[in-house]
Design a protein around this ligand. Structure first.
Ligand SMILES: [Zn+2]
Ligand SMILES: [Zn+2]
Length: 348
């Protein structure tokens, strides 16, 4: 059988929409009809601005998806045909101590769908049973799809790595596709005050709509942090910006016991000398990568009970044939987008 897919070839920033062979189904796998797949900023990093190294071409990108089960391998007995599922973005070996402990993002063979193997900008995808999570009927499929990365990555960073407690103050630095959901999650988890920081006014306006109590333009970070500190100290900073050279100004705003969590991928130095206040205040700097087994069931619960509402996040929905246009629109940011959604079942 063949299916339509958007295919990345080496050296070509434009995805080619063409027929490809469907992958075979293994005993522990499921075949899913992809109904929605979000376009992530990282998809730009393999197309228009290639900075992520891809090992195998041709590649079908797409890592934020949901759909319904078409077929199950013979060892998969707990799912039904037609069942709606979210497909997790991370891939892992399933056998190492980290995987067995449910910490798949620490697996030595950790990978990402749509980068390390074929992803979801295709009519159908085959993934392991353990990579799909049932989605209740009332939840729009496109909102389920973006749980896979745009929402689960900041959830892991804030809830599990950042250890947010109700009533605490959170600063979200960088309010693009991930950070904007950091704002929503901090509110949903009962943060007392959520402060949003970005250099882009469009992103700050999105953050305000997402429930941020205060927004600041980070252009003059030193002065901005002085202003923020005047209003009270911070317990948790979740940094999605990927720009770490000014981390010191942020970290100086933390309360005793405060956590600075780095999520956004960036190069360059953290750049500060050993500050004694790190010791006096028992501050910590932590990295956060993707998410693990704990995240998706909790997020699905928050979404289906209405504690988390992602309707603001869905900018618009498009057939597979418009994927290159959507990548360009995401790159230009002209529409101040959060997530463009591709619907691979729709060809036009
Ligand atoms: Zn992503
Ligand atoms: Zn593993």
């Amino acid at each position: 059988m063949q299916m339509k897919a958007a295919v990345l070839e080496k050296g070509n920033p434009i995805l080619d929409i063409r027929d490809v062979d469907e992958p075979p189904l293994g005993d522990n796998e499921v075949r899913v009809a992809v109904e929605a797949c979000g376009i992530c900023g990282s998809d730009l990093h393999i197309t228009l601005h290639p900075i992520i190294r891809i090992k195998h071409y041709p590649l079908i990108p797409g890592h934020e998806s949901a759909g319904h089960i078409l077929e199950m391998g013979k060892n998969v007995t707990d799912l039904k045909k037609g069942q709606r599922v979210v497909i997790s973005a991370g891939t892992s070996c399933g056998k190492c101590p980290a995987c067995l402990a449910g910490r798949e993002n620490r697996c030595p063979e950790v990978g990402v769908l749509g980068f390390d193997r074929d992803g979801s900008f295709a009519e159908r995808i085959v993934v392991e049973r353990r990579n799909v999570f049932p989605l209740p009927d009332g939840v729009p499929i496109e909102q389920g799809a973006i749980l896979a990365d745009a929402v689960s990555t900041p959830y892991h960073a804030i809830r599990f790595v950042g250890e947010l407690q109700p009533g605490q103050t959170v600063l979200v630095a960088g309010c693009g596709g991930l950070g904007i959901h950091g704002v929503m999650i901090a509110k949903a988890l009962g943060a007392g005050r959520v402060i949003a920081l970005d250099v882009d006014e469009g992103a700050l306006s999105n953050a305000q709509k997402a429930g941020a109590d205060e927004t600041y333009n980070a252009r003059e970070l030193k002065k901005t942090m002085q202003d923020i500190r005047k209003l009270g100290d911070l317990d948790l900073i979740a940094d999605f910006s990927g720009v770490y050279r000014n981390a010191e100004y942020l970290i100086r705003g933390l309360n005793p016991g405060g956590r600075y969590v780095m999520v956004g991928l960036g190069r360059g130095e953290l750049g500060f000398s050993m500050p004694t206040y790190m010791i006096y205040k028992e501050l910590s700097i932590r990295g956060s990568y993707g998410s693990d087994r704990r995240t998706m069931p909790e997020l699905i619960e928050l979404l289906s009970t209405g504690k988390l509402n992602l309707s603001l996040s869905i900018t618009s929905m498009h057939p597979l044939s418009e994927i290159n246009e959507c990548l360009k629109k995401l790159d230009s940011r002209a529409e101040n987008p959060i997530r463009y959604i591709i619907q691979p079942q729709r060809l036009n």
